[in-house]
Structure formats: C-alpha cells, structure tokens
Design a protein around this ligand. Sequence first.
Ligand SMILES: Cc1ncc(COP(=O)(O)O)c(C=O)c1O
Length: 458
Amino acid sequence: MGEGTRNRTSSRRDCIRTIAAAGGAAALAGCAPNSRAATDAGDQEAATIEAVHFPEGYPPYPSADATEGAFAEYVSPGNVGVMKAFGTELHFGQREGARVQDAFTKKWYWDCHRNGTLYNLGHRNPDIIAAVKEALHQLEIGNLLLVSGYKAKAAEKLVESTGGALTGVTYTASGAESTEVAIRATRGMTRRTKLVSIEASYHGHTCFALAAGDNADNHERYLLDFDDFVIVPYNDLDAMAAAVDDETAAVLIESSPAQSGFPIPDSGYFQAVMDLCRKHGAKLIIDEVQTGLGATGTFWFWQQHGIVPDIVTTAKGLGGGILANAAVLLAPEIKEWFFDTAIPHSSTFGGNELGCVATARVCDLTIAPGFLDHVNALAGQFAEGLRGGPYRVNQHGLCMGILSEEMGKMEMTARLFEAGIFTVPAWYTDGGVEFRPILTLTENEADEIIGIFRDTVG
Ligand SMILES: Cc1ncc(COP(=O)(O)O)c(C=O)c1O
C-alpha cells in the first residue's frame, strides 16, 4: 500500500474514533471526503450532516422490518432467513474503510467477511472512487463488440500481475461467469467433458459453476448432477489421482475452499495436481475469487505454490468494491486455442470500461511498493494476536478460517456479530468462521479486532 493510502485511511479512522461517541453516524460523516467538519455538531447540525449521507430515499425503507419484508417479497425470502439464522441481520448503511454501519441501529461493525476479495481495499476506497469519478466525465459501460483501450490496459496490468506467466484475459461480469468460461474453454480445447473439482467448494450460481460446486441440494434441484462432474476432497492426492484420467478436461480447484475454513494444502499438493493434469492431458483451473488480488500476501495464491495454472478465475475485488468486473486469465497454450475464433466470449458488463478503469487502479494499488508487505505484516499481527486461543487458525495471509471444537459455527458467528465483528460461518465445518479482515487495516485497527475476537471467542 502506498504511504498516501495508509495515511488517509488511518486519519479517517482516527477521526472516527475521536468523534464516534459524540455523534454516531452524523459525526462520522465529518470524516468523509468533501463533507463538513463535525467538530461542533449539535443536534441540528448532526441532522444536516446525516442528510448529506442519507439523501431522500436512503435507505429506501424506514426500518429493518420493512426492509426485510420488502426484500422477502420481491427478491428472496431465503436470504432473509439465512441472515436471521446466522444472527447477522446487518443492513449496510454507511461504509467507510474497514467498517460498515447498520442503517437502522447505527451500530458499526468491523467487516471481517470482506465479501471474498470484494472489499480487499476497504469500503468506498477513496483512490478507486477518485479514478471512477474522473472516468465518469467521459466513460460509461462501453460497447461489448468494440475494441477498447481501457479494456486492454486493465488486461495488460492483470497479465503483469502474473509476472507474464498468464498472457490472455477474457472479461466476464461475475465469478460464476468466469467459471463458465473456464470450463467451456477446457471442454472445447480438450474435446472432453469430465471435470474434477473439490469438496466444500463454491464457484457460483450458474449451471456449470453450480454443478462443479459442492452442493448436492442444488444439483438435485436444478438437475445438475452430471455424471462426469466428480468431486474429491481437498488436499487428497490419492483421491485426485483416482479421479483424473484420460477423459478429464480439467481439474477445478477453489484455491483453498472458504466454506471449509481455508484449509492449508500440503506443500507440493498443487505441483502434484499439475503433474497429474499434464500426464493425462487435462487443464488446471484455479479459482482465485476468494484468494486473489493480494488477499493471501501475494497477488495470486498460486504464486506461493510454484505452479502456473492453465486458467485462473477472478472476480469480486476486480472492480475495487465500487463497480462490477471479473475475468479469466489464460496461460499461453489455452489462450491460443480460445482466442482462435471471432468472439471467444461476449458479455455486455464483463470488461465494461468503467469497471476496467477500476480494475487498472486495483492492480496499481496492489502492486504498489509496500502494499503486499503491509498485508503480510497484518497477517503476522493476526497470527500472533490469535495464538493460543481455544481454536485452530488456518491462515493464508488475510484469508483465515478459525475453527473451534468448543463453540459451534452459528454461535461463534452470532457472538462475534454482537461484539461488533461481521463474518459468516465456515459452512462445511462444525465450529468455525471465515475470517477475512480488510487489507488496508491500520495496525491499531487490527489490534482492536483481535482484542474483540479474543474477548468473545477466547
Ligand atoms: C470461490 C468463489 N468462486 C466463485 C464465486 C462466484 O462469484 P460471483 O458471486 O461473482 O458469481 C464465489 C462467490 O462467492 C466464490 O467465493
């Protein structure tokens, strides 16, 4: 992270700490760029400042109940039920840096869910907002068929992030769409249909993606229980060796499945899987939707494992948490095959020009001198701060699974929420949470989160 970014983040947070007690959301508004100082915020002033951040129509419903009722009616009753079951009924209101505020209770939470890599750079990152604001003077979505320098520039930076090992980029609008493209490309190139994927993995809610993910209910519900889609346990080379054969198009691995608490693979696991793929003429796809963009301390997780996959899928944080963008990164051989047609992929929102401006900025910020050092320093701080508790910590940089035999996953999630930390259960564990602090935390903020965690879980 550039010094400038760190300073801005920390000074805003200091401001938050100093005045939060005095004015809640209204006072916090004074920390935001271009807003009025909240130093002498009386009730009248506080109301005015709050109005700046919550103009008419924000939030759109007057209460949590009304919001949940409308959401259940028009969007998805299931999601409302899941959040109630987790004990994490959070309605994002203000968001700033590493924290989010409930729009109705006005309570602030440390965001340790991070939505995968979506908020790697924090909520409403000022550098991303500035880049997008500037671009809005001229750009919009762009045209899906036309050649665009904005798309090419972001792709060039993504190739650079791989050290030039992966040389082609296909844009998509989501992680699920990236999974579709990756599977489609490997099927086409190998003329095979068999896919081997990993237990407890998630790759999105489209057809190939759901079929490759580990969710028997969805396979059954949507008739996606394909005979040639095989699932094996993570980090189990015997099972992998038994599954991969000369019929296999690809092995698809969620680099470390978040839902099983970010398990640690044996050293040599990825190389051995790569060797198996090479032996059988299959392709290796690594899903880095959770672990990419610096979250594990390197730009990409696979870079820590001495391999170069054939395909890497990425999404979420590619638009810096402000815009949508997603991509599939291709190694030279599969790029050559996939690009050898008029339109290898088409996606109106995938690679949209504003999104690509954000992606280019995300790449710049992530490779800026000091950024990954900062991530690794934070990772060390969390490792140290969480040491000795009644739980096991799986850790890849700032992707952590905290697994307990003493506290169930739902209880841990709900207790942390009550204490001011938002995260979700690691679904395929008995006791455990996915724990993903934001990468731009200051040292003091990390200490605060560690303190809350230890007071709550042990
Ligand atoms: C590992 C992984 N792959 C793919 C996806 C799907 O991404 P999207 O929600 O953008 O379709 C997700 C989403 O959480 C994910 O965690």
